[in-house]
Write a protein that binds this ligand. Structure first.
Ligand code: FAD
Length: 336
């Protein structure tokens, strides 16, 4: 084993509604890449119906987690940062990893610094690419965006200290299944809940959609050009045909056309879908900060000079209320 790899890596496998989030599998893929010949552990935490955790554990074991530590405790039924950090801490004590990988989600962003501080480790957040040097024992290079996506920096850890990394959803490949018979083992992990300073009593969902914006492969986003709450209906129809999610600019949210939960940008969500269709969005720098890393960007705007065309791979100059229904009908014919 060279310095580029870790003897043991641990993945915090985040679940949403009892189901593994895709970023958990992306984190597992990153951990497998970074561990090389070393071993990869995963930790699952929850307090819901055991069956849901068992299903998630089986998937992790089938995708290369050699040991899946399952912490099933009533204290973990709702999200509480101290409780979840303690569950990861229990897995760290069991696995003794030199690398810990989490998804760069709302929870991951909160847990990773806690975990890093608790083990005196280094932390690189919001990683979008990982480069492993071919030979020579150099450390891995982690790429992360800066200045709202206008620049990138590359960081590497100094040898010695444990490393904590969060990976941005939708940027790294998910862990592939291992050969049948090579699945990992699933092990319940003893856990003692710490005193909790904060307790989440309930979660009020603001979006009706079933697809999480941060993990959506396809996003149809509307701006002030959508003109009203009803104006979002054609965008929702296009998203439904494509199996995508609907997002929005702050202009649309401020105008009251949609909920702030849909806002994408500097003060909203950061998204990196495979396809981003911006409808009636001018392309202000604060909006671009949240979506310019999307793989393919299509812009529909009636102003040919709108800045959004500067980042778009494909631009359609036209009225979104004419163009979007045409796209929906065409994709419906092609896909259904
Ligand atoms: P507009 O700029 O008004 O653009 C509307 C566009 O729709 C125009 O280009 C127009 O040509 C087009 N249009 C109109 N009618 C049609 C039609 N029928 N068909 C096709 N095109 C049409 N913004 C964000 O989005 N996200 C953020 O997180 C964010 N954070 C911010 C943080 C700070 C500190 C500040 C100061 C601003 C922030 N903003 C953010 C706001 C940002 O600066 C812009 O005001 C906002 O993005 C504009 O939204 P918009 O593009 O929907 O509206």
């Amino acid at each position: 084993m060279t310095d580029t790899t870790h003897a043991t890596a641990l993945v915090y496998a985040e679940c949403l509604d009892g189901k593994l989030r895709r970023v958990a599998l992306e984190a597992l893929g990153a951990a497998r890449q970074l561990a090389g010949d070393g071993s990869v552990h995963a930790v699952l935490a929850g307090g819901g119906p055991g069956a849901a955790l068992r299903e998630a554990a089986a998937e992790l074991a089938a995708r290369g987690a050699g040991v899946v530590h399952v912490v099933d405790d009533p204290a973990l039924a709702g999200y509480a940062p101290e409780a979840y950090a303690a569950a990861i801490g229990a897995a760290i004590a069991a696995a003794r990893p030199s690398l810990i990988v989490l998804g760069h989600t709302a929870a991951g962003r909160e847990l990773a610094p806690r975990v890093a501080a608790s083990i005196c480790g280094g932390h690189v957040a919001d990683v979008t690419a990982i480069d492993l040097p071919d030979e020579g024992g150099a450390a891995a290079l982690f790429t992360r965006p800066l200045y709202a996506g206008k620049a990138f920096e590359q960081r590497r850890f100094l040898p010695g200290a444990p490393q904590v990394v969060t990976v941005r959803p939708n940027n790294l490949p998910i862990a592939e299944p291992v050969a049948p018979g090579s699945e990992g083992v699933i092990a319940p992990l003893p856990y003692k809940a710490p005193p909790l300073w904060t307790v989440v009593r309930g979660i009020a969902r603001k979006t009706g959609g079933t697809i999480d914006l941060a993990e959506a492969d396809i996003i149809v986003a509307g701006g002030r050009g959508v003109r009203s709450a009803e104006g979002f209906a054609p965008l929702q129809a296009l998203a439904d045909v494509l199996g995508g999610a609907v997002g929005a600019s702050r202009g649309a949210c401020d105008a009251g056309y949609c909920d702030y939960a849909l806002q994408i940008g500097q003060t909203g969500k950061t998204v990196t879908p495979k396809l981003y269709i911006a409808c009636g969005i001018s392309g202000a720098i604060q909006h671009l900060a949240g979506m310019s890393q999307s793989r393919v960007i299509v812009a529909i705007n009636k102003d040919p000079d709108a800045p959004i065309f500067g980042v778009a791979d494909y631009g359609i100059v036209g009225d979104l209320f004419e163009v979007v229904p045409l796209l929906t009908a065409r994709f419906d014919t092609l896909l259904n």
